[in-house]
Design a protein around this ligand. Structure first.
Ligand code: ZN
Ligand code: ZN
Length: 347
């Protein structure tokens, strides 16, 4: 089968290779991939900016149909439609024992499409049963391929941010994470969601409004974006700010947008030092939170939200490509012309 692999350390070193169909262990399931999305992490791997262990088949955002099950697989059956988180936790380490399987510290931990576990940018992927989730009826496999980024947002926003009914929530950055965060904030009862971005985000603002944003602000055009937000919030500022752009400027502005006694959620990393005026945290009595990965329970919540329509990821799928067109897919991501690129033809 064709598989899109990171073949060695360094910038680039991604190629489409012909490899053997994976064989499965007794507790594994073989999945025929229906759709797999390119993530910011894949871009970091392309540019050698993040952790990975080559050679590895990329692709940790996927969904597909079960075509083979190992002899000790008990709940998953042939023909089931499934998806999963990337991290294959050990269940034995201190963090796992304390219900933080997302922060499993086991050495040699397998991370699908990143480290020691070939991912979904291929026709078939082998995954252990214990991490799988069944895709609910009514949810397409294309949508389910976005369950992984959606669950990361649900973890950070629904499980780690104090959003209450009536709140004004400000989301910085209308990319995949920000557009999902907008919907999760609404589902949690936010009265108003304001999405901020830069001038090149104009077309993303339209999608933001279509998925529930009440207002969008171009922070490059508007000299007094903070004043506009105050005008929308009884001069107080946003109750919760969700930083989903990963830019230093946005992180600095988050501390200005947020009200005194408000909360700032960091949705994703920046990969370098951020210069911040942290006295704001003291003076404004702020709380801050972040999160990494997902818990199994996060996936139950996420898939229910997606199946019910509370969370609609369809408007985020901007491109569907064959794996042969992978270079175009990565270029669309690199040049920020796409929100989510899915490979839907994998041979
Ligand atoms: Zn991802
Ligand atoms: Zn562990």
């Amino acid at each position: 089968m064709k598989a899109l692999m990171k073949t060695a350390r360094g910038i680039g070193n991604i190629e489409l290779r012909e490899i053997e169909k994976p064989s499965i262990g007794s507790e594994d399931v073989l999945i025929e991939v229906a759709a797999a999305g390119i993530c910011g992490t894949d871009m970091h791997i392309l540019n050698d900016h993040s952790f990975y262990t080559p050679p590895v088949v990329l692709g940790h955002e996927y969904a597909g149909t079960v075509v083979e099950v190992g002899e000790h697989v008990s709940n998953i059956r042939l023909g089931d439609r499934v998806t999963s988180p990337a991290t294959q936790y050990c269940g034995q380490c201190y963090q796992c024992k304390n219900n933080h399987v997302n922060r499993c510290t086991a050495e040699g931990k397998r991370i699908l499409g990143v480290s020691l576990a070939n991912g979904g940018f291929a026709r078939y992927v082998a995954v252990p049963e214990y991490v799988l989730h069944k895709v609910p009826d009514g949810l397409s496999l294309e949508e389910a391929a976005l369950a992984e980024p959606a669950a990361c947002v649900v973890r950070c926003v629904a499980e780690r941010s104090p959003i209450a009914p009536g709140d004004v929530v400000l989301v910085q950055g209308p990319g995949t994470m920000g557009l999902i965060a907008t919907q999760v904030a609404k589902a949690m009862g936010a009265a108003k969601v304001i999405v901020t971005g830069i001038t090149s985000d104009k077309w993303r603002f339209e999608i933001a409004r279509s998925v529930g944003a009440d207002m969008t602000i171009d922070v490059l055009q508007e000299k007094d974006a903070v004043g506009i937000v105050r005008g929308e919030t009884d001069c107080a500022g946003a109750d919760v700010v969700i930083e989903a752009s990963g830019s230093a400027a946005a992180r600095r502005q988050a501390l200005e947008f947020v009200k005194t006694t408000g909360h700032v959620t960091l949705l994703g990393t920046q990969g370098s030092n951020t210069e911040l005026y942290l006295d704001h945290v003291v003076e404004k009595e702020l709380t801050m939170s972040g999160s990494w990965g997902t818990l199994p329970s996060t996936w139950v919540m996420t898939l229910r939200m997606m199946a019910s329509g509370q969370l609609d990821v369809k408007p985020l799928i901007t491109h569907r490509l064959s794996i042969d067109e992978w270079e175009r897919g990565f270029e669309l991501m690199e040049t920020q012309q796409a929100i989510k690129v899915l490979f839907t033809e994998l041979e």
